[in-house]
Design a protein around this ligand. Structure first.
Ligand code: AMP
Ligand code: MG
Length: 420
């Protein structure tokens, strides 16, 4: 038997064979960003169904908001120029103006008219005095002047004028945007059709939650997580289930996924015996990169399969989530017509200490203390799913080495700033 000599123990899965470089995260992102373009056609939907959809055209106000001058308070309206300083006593005209119930006469100067919030200002009224500032008699009101000309009145178009731009193509519509569109006269909106994203889990060990699971088997945690993220981002989920570590079945699932606009797989992306995703993507697809310098996150396979982008995520749920937030989310946003969507990054003081090595970006499960400092989960183990759920965001540490002590400024990415 030939003599076997063991290599020196490294115990660092990031140690690289000599001469191999890892792609820094920003470089991998720039490559993705340059390679991907919107792939979705526009369609028209009723405003009531436009939430979370991506606008396909610039929109302009079809009507001013407010469309005409109106009262901002409940009170009494009059012509401001006919009043002055000191006590003012104005006779009350017959009738009133209320929201949706305009006064259709002309108010003579020197008279006052009962007017309610939202009522269109009748001709002859440009100023409103709050009812709380009035003494109300039988047929007159009294208040202290001066009341500023135009007080408590909203001008026509003071918010938005007809024809003015309201929202731009690429905007992902949120509740306030729907209010703006409704107010400016839009009943239907041009949006991009929703991006279809296929999700595939791989691994012989995976079972469906609820199924019996024996020795060596675990529940598929990635599919529900990825589907929930995609839904939160407004995409349509095509669930292609779990696939065993079998090249033929994975190939068939990828082929089915190619009917969607993009594919997210998890597991099998490394270079091991059962890592069929990376093998298939490199032999039958176009694998662009999988040696990206981030932790946790190795291995991430970015590839094309039958013309569709594939994000071959690591199987570890922690790494899968981080790679999805950092790589898949902005890229899918780009494909969906909403443009590249970097996560929100804020700088906060660390509530922890750590000595970080040079050579890869690191993401830690984190959340903010009541003082606004970033605390991190007690374990960095990438199998610790409880830490993902404990966290409310991530701390991002740069490629370079870094000594962190409590108080050191660090970059925090709240989950909420990643759209979920
Ligand atoms: P892999 O990337 O296939 O080598 O998997 C890395 C680790 O993640 C292994 O411990 C797998 O059992 C685990 N894993 C893979 N896929 C999933 C999944 N869908 N849900 C939970 N754990 C998974
Ligand atoms: Mg696996």
């Amino acid at each position: 038997m030939p003599e076997l000599t063991p290599p020196p123990l490294q115990n660092d899965c990031f140690a690289l064979p000599p001469g191999v470089d890892w792609t820094p995260v920003p470089e991998a992102l720039a490559h993705l960003r340059a390679a991907l373009h919107p792939v979705v056609a526009p369609e028209t939907v009723p405003l009531t169904q436009a939430n979370a959809r991506v606008l396909a055209a610039d929109l302009f106000a079809l009507r001013s908001n407010p469309p005409q001058a109106n009262a901002a308070v409940d009170g009494y309206g009059f012509a401001g120029a006919a009043t002055g300083d000191g006590p003012q006593i104005l006779p009350l005209a017959e009738g009133r103006a209320a929201a949706g119930q305009p006064f259709d006469g002309v108010l003579p100067p020197g008279q006052a008219l009962r007017i309610l919030t939202g009522a269109a200002l009748p001709q002859g009224v440009d100023t409103v005095v709050l009812e709380e500032d009035c003494t109300i008699g039988e047929d007159a009101i009294a208040f202290q002047g001066p009341v500023k000309l135009g007080a408590n009145a909203r001008k026509a178009g003071e918010d938005v004028t007809e024809g003015a731009p309201v929202l731009s193509a690429g905007a992902r519509l949120r509740a306030p945007d729907l209010a703006l569109l409704a107010a400016t006269g839009h009943a239907e909106v041009p949006v991009f059709r929703r991006l279809k994203v296929a999700v595939i889990s791989t691994g012989d060990e995976l079972r469906e939650p609820g199924q019996a699971a024996g020795l060596g088997q675990i529940y598929d945690a990635n599919r529900p997580m990825l589907a929930a993220l995609l839904e939160a981002w407004g995409h349509e989920v095509i669930d292609l289930g779990r696939q065993p570590d079998d090249p033929a079945q994975i190939r068939a699932a990828l082929d089915a996924g190619a009917d969607a606009d993009a594919i997210l797989t998890s597991g099998g992306a490394s270079a091991g015996d059962e890592d069929h995703i990376s093998k298939l993507l490199s032999t039958e697809g176009q694998l662009t990169s999988w040696r990206i310098a981030l932790k946790p996150g190795r291995p991430l396979a970015l590839a094309m399969w039958r013309g569709k982008p594939v994000f071959g995520l690591p199987g570890n749920p922690v790494a899968a989530l981080i790679c999805t937030l950092i790589f898949a989310r902005p890229a899918l946003s780009q494909l969906s017509g909403a443009g590249w969507a970097d996560p929100l990054r804020v700088t906060v003081p660390a509530a922890f200490a750590k000595s970080k090595k040079h050579g890869r970006a690191e993401f830690l499960r984190a959340r903010l203390t009541p003082e606004g400092h970033a605390e991190v989960f007690k374990s960095e183990g990438s199998g610790r799913i409880s830490g993902l759920s404990w966290a409310e965001g991530l701390v991002e540490l740069p490629f370079e080495a870094m000594e962190i002590a409590p108080g050191t400024p660090v970059t925090y990415l709240p989950y909420a700033g990643c759209g979920f």
